[in-house]
Design a protein around this ligand. Structure first.
Ligand code: ADP
Length: 895
């Protein structure tokens, strides 16, 4: 230890004076270790590197310097400073010296000292090398130790495995032994059994039975066990089955739960909807309750009204009986003689004379009234009136006066003319006294007026603060008595060569309306009904109630029919003045004031307000006009007066429009013999220069006023579509609208020599009959149509309508393909939208049916021709309206 300290000191440059060199062989292991440790820690890297390089060749250690000495570990905790160690080293040297018995420090020559140092250095190097080697050895040993440890672990694991295997093996061995023992036992049992058997055979001893019973017991046990096993198997099966069932049940439960959830959801929804419906129904119920109450009230009122009327009628009849009795016998004798005179002069037939005598005998009230109303009439007029009494008495026998601007066939522009003559004829047929008052147009068809003559007396009429004379003409048109008024006014109101359109129509017809009432008043007529039509004679209503009723013309109820709400006669309020009406009194919202334009009055509104009955010409149109658009602003007035507003579908005059009797057509025909229709078709084609090569080529007709209401663009489209579908097209029409007239004139020009299309742009009543008779199909694509007559006339002539479903067209044309309508009523082809596509669709269907189903088409034609479009039922409806209104009047008169 002292040596090492010394060496260190030398190495560090501190060479103590007293340092004593000890031969290396005497080094203790402990010392070497300390030295190595110190060197190892404090060598500079350079020295370290040198040391390492020198190691292999210089490793010639003495055998006693063992690097693996266990003592090396003792030096690890040496933390002393170098100075401390140096001092410790000195102490140790002293110790050594003590041990060796030297008390005095030796004195060495320098050479020896140098040698010693050199030796020491060599030793140090050797020691270092040895130390490194030892460290390497230590590392190696440690690695080996580690490897061994892991090997041990593996072995331990294997051991554990082996142990467990051993245990298993032991167990197996034990089992085997057990099995062997059992086997032996079994063998012995067998041998004993066989012994027993042999013994039993040999000796037949009693022990046999015990064995047998044992065997039996065993076999019983065995079978019991077997049965138990079976039972268990069964149970197992049942358990399996139960489990399956359980699974199924669980699935079903899940399914059910889901369904329950769904059902609850549905139920909630359903409940919500139900509640909503209930609410709606409750609301509807409330509304209908209200309606029912209102209706009940109305009904009660009308019952009351009816009762009053009945009472009044009873009273009247009693009074009449009293009156009759009061009438002297001379009067009845006079009538009897008069009738006889007519018979003798052959003015009436024997039958009629007989009927009239009967009436005289019964002192008939009507006969007396008729005679009294004939005051001032000439004999033939009196006879005519008397003969009306011979007609069947199933009618009310009302005196009805129609005041109108048109009457077919003498003064007809459109449907209005047809309605006036058609309705009047039907009313007359029903036993009413019907008279018509018309303007005496210079352009009317005089030839068709029978016995036209002017009365000697003129009738005076007020206009614009003056009185004007009016010539009264009488004549018979279609069997109806007609009065024509010719104003002797400088404006020559009805001598214009045309019916309408001279700019002063409002004044012309205002004048006429007043003059017509003057005539009735002057003639002392007591009509039951005065029936006026459209705006042209709408003035009659306010004039009657505001002026004439006060002057004695007060027997009548006023009926107004609006044939088209598009034309209302709306003018500045002061324009009403000339006819004598009080403008200030009438220019009010509840009277004649126009609802749509400020400062104007509206003639049609006036008629709605002042008439007792207001009608229009079809039920559908009556509904349509209740809207602002359909009523052209009169919807509110119609709503206010809805209780007296009705829609009565027009009829057609079946005397005039009858292919069986029509003299204007080339060949007459009927539904049971349609040959004549083909002749008419061929005739018109030749007349118009159309192709005649294919008799079955369909001919499409169109007869109309060319005004926007009639769907002018669709009419034009229909022509092109007809040509596209392989048909022929004939249009008869004229337009009061110049640009439309012009447009059609240019189309007509383009088609003037076309083989399949012709346009005749004029009004031609006679030619219209031919077109109806010749055509297979008829186009009516109206935008709106109050009633429309052409579709009905066309059907009477076997021409199938292709019509838009609006107004009266909707009430008279029913689509062949519409299954919701009874088959026997289906008579044409209809479309809803006012566009070309919809029209084309209907036309395509019609052409397809015509071409692909000729027999079906013939049936369709026959069906259309047999529909009753006569005025009979419509006239009855009017009669009923008249009667009801009169009944109400009587009731009011009483109260
Ligand atoms: P509107 O009254 O609106 O004109 P309707 O269908 O009610 O229409 O009546 C039209 C009547 O006028 C029919 O009798 C039809 O034959 C006739 N008509 C329309 N235009 C002509 C014409 N150019 N030539 C002959 N008759 C015509």
């Amino acid at each position: 230890m002292a040596m090492a300290s010394e060496a260190c000191a030398l190495f560090l440059g501190h060479v103590p004076r007293y340092c004593k060199v000890v031969p290396p062989i005497g080094f203790s292991r402990r010392f070497i270790a300390v030295s190595c440790k110190m060197r190892h820690r404090n060598f500079s890297p350079k020295i370290n590197r040198q040391t390492k390089r020198a190691l292999p060749s210089q490793l010639k250690l003495r055998a006693d310097l063992d690097p693996l000495s266990s003592e090396t570990d003792n030096f690890v905790d040496n933390n002393k400073t170098i100075d401390e160690r140096v001092s410790t080293g000195e102490d140790e040297i002293k110790e050594i010296q003590k041990d060796e018995g030297t008390s005095e420090p030796p004195t060495l020559p320098l050479q020896d000292l140098m040698k010693m140092i050199k030796n020491a250095e060599e030793n140090i190097l050797l020691l270092n090398e040895a130390r490194i080697k030892a460290l390497e050895e230590v590392d190696k040993v440690l690695a080996e130790k580690e490897a061994l440890h892991s090997e041990i672990k593996i072995l331990e694991t294997k051991l554990a495995e082996t142990d467990s295997k051993l245990k298993v093996a032991n167990q197996e061995e034990a089992d085997t032994k057990l099995l062997e023992a059992q086997l032996k036992q079994f063998e012995s049992q067998i041998s004993s059994l066989s012994d027993t058997r042999s013994t039993r055979t040999r000796t037949n001893t009693s022990s046999d039975s015990s064995l047998l019973s044992e065997i039996n017991t065993l076999s019983i046990e065995n079978s019991v066990l077997k049965s138990k096993v079976e039972e268990l198997k069964e149970k197992e099966k049942r358990v399996e089955m139960l489990e399956r069932e359980k699974c199924q049940l669980e699935a079903s439960i899940k399914d059910l739960q889901e369904r329950v959830a769904q059902t609850e959801e549905d139920e909630n929804k359903f409940n919500e909807e139900l509640q909503k419906k209930v609410k709606t129904l409750e609301e509807q119920l409330r509304v209908s309750d209200k309606e029912i109450n209102a209706l009940m009230k109305l009904y009660e009122e009308s019952v009351e009204e009816f009762q009053k009327t009945l009472d009044k009628l009873k009273e009247e009849s009693e009074k009449s009986v009293r009156d009759l009795k009061e009438v002297s016998w001379e009067f009845w004798s006079f009538l009897s003689l008069m009738v006889d005179g007519w018979l003798l002069e052959k003015k009436i037939s024997v039958a009629d004379a007989e009927k009239l005598r009967n009436l005289v005998m019964k002192r008939d009230l009507y006969l007396r009234e008729t005679y009294l109303s004939c005051k001032g009439l000439n004999e033939s007029e009196i006879i005519a009136n008397f003969l009306k009494l011979t007609l069947p008495r199933n009618s009310s026998g009302l005196h009805v006066v129609h005041i109108a601007a048109e009457m077919a066939p003498i003064a007809k522009v459109g449907g209005l003319g047809d309605v006036v003559s058609g309705l009047c004829k039907a009313l007359q047929r029903k036993g009413n006294l019907v008279e018509i008052i018309l303007p005496k147009y210079d352009c009317m068809d005089h030839d068709r007026v029978q016995d036209l003559k002017v009365l000697h007396e003129t009738v005076e009429s007020y206009f614009e603060g003056q009185l004007f004379q009016n010539k009264i003409w009488v004549g018979i048109v279609e069997g109806l008595p007609v009065y024509f008024i010719e104003p002797l006014h400088p404006a020559k109101y009805f001598s214009r060569g045309k019916f309408y359109g001279d700019g002063d129509d409002f004044r012309r017809f205002m004048y006429f309306s007043r003059a017509a009432l003057e005539l009735l008043l002057e003639a002392k007529k007591k009509p039951d009904i005065i029936h006026c039509h459209d705006w042209q004679t709408a003035f009659v209503a306010p004039l009657y109630w505001d002026i004439f009723a006060n002057r004695g013309l007060n027997s009548a109820r006023i009926c107004f029919t609006c044939h088209n709400f598009e034309h209302q006669g709306s003018v500045p309020a002061h324009d009403l003045k000339p006819c004598g009406l009080d403008v200030d009194h009438l220019d009010r919202p509840d009277r004649l004031q126009d609802d749509s334009s400020h400062g104007r009055i509206n003639a049609v509104k006036g008629a709605i307000v002042y008439s007792n009955i207001v009608t229009t010409v079809s039920p559908t149109y009556a509904q349509e006009v209740r809207s602002p658009e359909g009523g052209r602003g009169l919807h509110l007035a119609l709503k206010t007066h809805s209780r007296k507003f009705f829609g009565v579908l027009n009829g057609i005059d079946t005397d005039t429009w009858n292919p069986r009797t029509d003299n204007f057509i080339k060949a007459q025909y009927s539904y049971d013999d349609l040959q004549g229709k083909l002749i008419n078709k061929d005739y018109i084609r030749k007349q118009l220069g159309l192709s005649t090569s294919n008799p079955s080529q369909p001919l499409v007709g169109c007869i109309t006023r060319l005004v926007p209401q009639k769907g002018v663009h669709l009419i034009r489209n229909a022509m092109y579509k007809t040509l596209e579908l392989g048909g022929q097209f004939v249009l008869l029409g004229s337009s009061p609208v110049p640009h439309i007239q012009k447009e059609f004139e240019s189309i007509a020009e383009n088609f003037k020599s076309h083989a399949d299309a012709r346009l005749i742009l004029k009004y031609d009543d006679v030619f219209s009959h031919l077109i109806y008779a010749a055509s297979d199909m008829f186009i009516i694509p109206s935008i709106f149509e109050p009633c429309g007559l052409t579709q009905m006339i066309a059907m009477q002539y076997g021409s199938i309508p292709i019509a838009r479903r609006t107004g009266g067209l909707n009430d008279s044309v029913f689509d062949l393909d519409n299954n919701s309508i009874p088959a026997e009523l289906r008579n044409g082809f209809t479309f809803v939208n006012a566009d070309e596509q919809s029209l084309n669709g209907a036309m395509e269907r019609a052409f397809k049916y015509y071409k692909q189903n000729p027999e079906g088409w013939q049936e369709l034609v026959k069906r259309a021709m047999t529909i009753d479009f006569s005025w009979e039922s419509s006239a009855s409806q009017y009669e009923e309206l008249y009667q009801k209104s009169l009944a109400r009047a009587r009731t009011f008169a009483q109260t």
